[in-house]
Design a protein. Structure first.
Length: 377
């Protein structure tokens, strides 16, 4: 009888596909916590909110292997289904940016100096790198954002929060002398930081703690939050959003940039504008002298003179795509590192709560041939 009911419900959903998201899924796929027949950011949020906790509710609380505990094994199940889940082109044609909240506006101030390379528009008639077309031709496939993989969560703090003792085992680095020097402390030690109680690291252990009052930006790597609320991390970097966004040497990233630099935050999408260059990574050629490696200090700029028809073919009516395209035309993208496939850096789902606002296919129709490598003036 139960099987009959489940089959009947499945048949009803097939006949009424437009109502699938509003009803309980009769046979949820692995990793589908809210049983809406999709494996997406909503399910990740469920897993994240219950991470490192025991539960008797199985997949409903993110325990996708039903072993009574929400951990990394459950994340693997979610991630595999998320990557395998097909997103049809019609999924995003009617997506619009939601109305920003007062909090979105308050926390979404642009970081770094006004004349920071991140915040300086490319301007008219930029100088094109002589090997631009050749370098661009070596970039494989398409690119886009992924708020789950190698994405930094951003949490805001203030002086009202209780200090937490943080153990680090690698480096503690901070800039001084107006960014002319980087001070390094190496070896196991402790720092007291004001970290919000709801803060969680990304899947690879990174996170950003931002104090908008003092301007201090903490970049933390390989972080583990224990059950008792204590933290152990590998490296801690202290920067300030009133600086330029480029340190005097290797910093949080090898090219001297902090994690917040070039990061697309959810509050920017909600407010409808990105007012800075975007951080970008690509597949590095093994030979450092390869003509396909992007020269340091250059930017990729999306053709600012693209026709309305071309923009329509890239984004359709997708407001998120349109917001990103405008930033790539005005400010461009800086390469900040290397990855298995090209990607742009966006805020992690854990803090951004993108819901269904952002899909990794959002920029999939834009070819690399639409970009030029420009040399800043």
């Amino acid at each position: 009888m139960t099987l009959f009911i489940r089959l009947f419900a499945l048949l009803f959903i097939i006949i009424n596909p437009g109502k699938t998201h509003a009803q309980t899924c009769p046979i949820p796929p692995p990793g589908d916590a809210n049983q809406d027949c999709r494996v997406d950011g909503l399910d990740y949020s469920v897993w994240l909110n219950n991470y490192n906790h025991s539960t008797a509710k199985g997949a409903e609380n993110g325990d996708f292997n039903n072993d009574g505990f929400v951990d990394g094994l459950d994340y693997v199940i979610w991630f595999k289904s998320y990557k395998d889940f097909e997103i049809t082109p019609t999924d995003r044609t009617d997506k619009t940016s939601p109305t920003p909240s007062e909090n979105d506006i308050a926390v979404c101030l642009r970081p770094y100096k006004e004349n920071s390379p991140w915040n300086t528009p490319i301007g008219p008639s930029p100088k094109i790198h002589p090997n631009s077309d050749k370098i661009i031709s070596g970039l494989p496939g398409s690119f886009g954002p992924d708020p789950f993989i190698y994405a930094y969560p951003v949490y805001h703090t203030d002086r009202k929060l209780k200090l937490k003792k943080i153990k680090y085992t690698g480096y503690y680095r901070y800039v001084t002398d107006d960014e002319r020097r980087i001070i390094t402390n190496k070896g196991e030690n402790f720092l007291a930081l004001q970290i919000p109680d709801d803060a969680l690291p990304s899947d690879d252990g990174n996170l950003i703690i931002l104090d908008k009052d003092s301007g201090v930006e903490w970049n933390i790597t390989k972080a583990i939050k224990e059950k008792d609320g204590s933290w152990s991390v590998k490296d801690i970097y202290k920067y300030n959003i009133r600086h330029s966004g480029f340190a005097a040497g290797p910093f949080s990233r090898e090219n001297g940039t902090p994690f917040l630099a070039g990061l697309i935050r959810s509050c920017e999408i909600k407010t409808g504008i990105i007012k800075h260059a975007i951080a970008f990574s690509y597949k590095h050629q093994k030979n450092n002298a390869s003509p396909f490696n992007i020269p340091r200090g250059t930017r990729l700029q999306l053709d600012p003179d693209s026709s309305a028809e071309k923009l329509k073919s890239w984004c359709g009516n997708d407001k998120v795509c349109q917001i990103m395209v405008k930033a790539m035309q005005k400010y461009g993208m800086y390469p900040v590192g290397f990855s298995d496939s090209p990607k742009i850096f966006v805020e992690n789902q854990g803090s951004a709560r993108w819901e269904n606002l952002l899909e990794n296919t959002v920029l999939g129709r834009i070819p690399f041939s639409a970009f030029k490598i420009v040399i800043p003036k």
